[in-house]
Design a protein around this ligand. Sequence first.
Ligand code: 1GP
Length: 258
Amino acid sequence: MTIHDKLLDIVQTRGAGYLVLLDPDRKSPESLAAFAKTCEAQGADGILIGGSLLLDDGFDRCVEAVKKAVRLPVLLFPGNGRQLSRHADAVLFMSLISGRNPHFLIGEQVTSAPIVRSLGLEPVSMAYLLVESGETTAAEFMSATRPLPRNKPEIAAAHALAAEYLGMKLVYLEAGSGAKQSVPEILVTAVARTVSVPVIVGGGIRTPEEAAAKVKAGASFVVTGNALEQEGGPDLVRRLADAVHASGVRETGIRGTA
Ligand code: 1GP
């Protein structure tokens, strides 16, 4: 089964999936691996690894340690083409389609594609849409792009539809890591109703209630990173996972009750 199939299977069987983002910067491989193990034990469905900017060279060692520690899918979520590792299961091969910076629309992808192939990584094509969140985020600054207006859901929906027509398999709605305001539910709903591919929502989600609201609005996956780094213990991971799973619509069409 490919990782893309596994993601679709999670949506079908669990209603929605909960993904934990690990930022490998300035962390030991051992501590990341231990945390990934905790996330697995507490109900997370997958691990993402990456960041807008890395300040040390430990990326590959971190991915290797995490992959060895868990059976969950480990997906690279690269801020640029240097965040690649043969130890992951797949790479979210993305284009920043909310922006008009050719470097992040196609430039990084051209230089990365041969490396992805030589590493034997499964590429899962993904549209990456930055959404305004109240202040400049690292992703916005590093990509030198303007995010989508948060009060114009139809603009986000048109971008997502274009992505689906271009063959992209996932749509990521991103408020930015540590965002003050997460992606508004009205925008999530507009996008989820427009496309048939899974919608992932991340950035600034800190509580189980917020995670549940994104799923109820139509998200197939919720991602959290910062909240767990700042205040997270096993208990918060469990509550976030439970909230996501309880709010999704399973294949039977029955909302979860967990
Ligand atoms: C960032 O969407 C992810 O790319 C997760 O954001 O760190 O704010 O949870 P947080």
